[in-house]
Design a binder for this molecule. Structure first.
Ligand SMILES: *Cc1c(COP(=O)(O)O)cnc(C)c1O
Length: 356
């Protein structure tokens, strides 16, 4: 077996990789436009939305930039409890927005009450929330956070980064009233890197009409103008779109509910194993990610040596992120990872620890 347990880029199934090898075609052609309409229709099912999906040629961070740049003229509230929510705050600041931070410790969730307090102090145009913090393995209570925004500050748009969870964890885009929700190709969707996707509400597009300095490449209104013609303003990532089509078919064939259940079962398996082996997750119970487990390295495992051993068996895990390096390690269980992969990894991990 050869399998990676790192939280992106994740392993891509061989048939999906092969789909990329199809010949190119003109992107301004009925043939391509039909194909592109098809992938949008399938993506809407995965995003649980009836609105629209942008299929954009940049990594997920480009969609973080699109969100803050198009949907706020000035006032942004950034919920920050890990590396990727910190990045979104930095993206807002470097785009000239007046961004306030709502901080929680790395490893903790953003509390709905804490968000309600912040929203009562100032009328924010948008709030940014990372659903699944890939650095800490914490899943924020998105449904509760969204309902707080609707209650306390109904005009504030809700922007969500679901890069490491969408498709693997149920997120009810329309039902929960999320205005802008983005993901990248290379994590939970199990595609090669290079592309991102976002579901965007009608009121978001209305708001974008009033915002200046939206730029060109990341202008939502330009994206929409082309989307309605089943196209993109610039050359699309054609090979990736061939792969996307095959991968979406696989996801829908497995069934989204089955997919969510598989991710949850793998998370429980890894997290129970950690406890049984004298370790624990950084995240508190009830908020542990279903796609990536960040585990405190309480056994003092040499992560570099462990990975060297795992690599000899064709596997690898991820070290902790930033300051959490060596203090934690991360085991991703997303995309096409199956329970038998997890079993094999944990067996090898135990063998390594016995030899320590
Ligand atoms: C990986 C990741 C990103 C960054 O995505 P890129 O596609 O690398 O730009 C953003 N947010 C989260 C939660 C991530 O895990």
């Amino acid at each position: 077996m050869s399998h990676m347990f790192i939280p992106g880029p994740v392993d891509v199934d061989p048939d999906v990789l092969e789909a990329q090898a199809q010949p190119m075609m003109p992107h301004r052609s009925a043939e391509f436009n039909d194909f592109f309409r098809g992938t949008e229709a399938k993506l809407k099912k995965v995003f649980l939305t009836d609105t629209r999906i942008f299929q954009h040629p940049s990594s997920g961070t480009g969609m973080q930039e699109t969100g803050v740049r198009n949907l706020a003229q000035k006032d942004v509230l950034s919920c920050v409890n890990g590396a990727f929510s910190e990045r979104w705050y930095q993206v807002a600041v470097t785009n000239g927005k007046q961004a306030d931070r709502l901080d929680a410790n790395w490893g903790d969730i953003i509390e709905p009450d804490q968000l309600a307090e912040a929203l009562k102090k100032k009328p924010y145009e948008i709030v940014t929330i990372v659903h699944n913090e890939t650095s800490t393995g914490v899943e924020n209570p998105l449904k509760e956070l969204a309902s707080v925004v609707h209650e306390v500050s109904p005009d504030t748009l809700i922007l969500v980064d679901a890069v490491s969870s969408l498709g693997g964890v149920k997120i009810e885009t329309d039902e929960w009233g999320l205005d802008f929700i983005l993901t990248s190709s290379q994590k939970c969707l199990a595609l090669p890197p290079g592309m991102c996707f976002a579901a965007v509400s009608d009121r978001s597009l209305k708001k974008a009409e009033t915002v200046e300095g939206r730029g060109w490449y990341f202008d939502l209104l330009r994206m929409e103008k082309h989307r309605i013609k089943n196209s993109t303003a610039m050359t699309p990532t054609m090979s990736l779109i061939w792969a996307l089509d095959v991968q979406l078919d696989k996801m829908l064939a497995e069934g989204l509910e089955n997919r969510y259940a598989r991710h949850q079962a793998m998370a429980e398996r890894v997290q129970t194993w950690a406890l049984e082996n004298g370790m624990e997750t950084l995240a508190p119970e009830g908020y542990r990610s279903k796609t990536v487990s960040t585990i405190k390295n309480l056994r003092g495992v040499d992560i570099a040596a462990l990975n060297k051993y795992l690599l000899s068996k064709g596997m690898r895990i991820a070290n902790g992120y930033g300051d959490l390096k060596n203090k934690t390690f991360r085991i991703a269980h997303m995309g096409e990872t199956q329970m038998h992969h997890i079993d094999e990894l944990l067996d090898a991990f135990e063998t390594f620890m016995e030899k320590m």
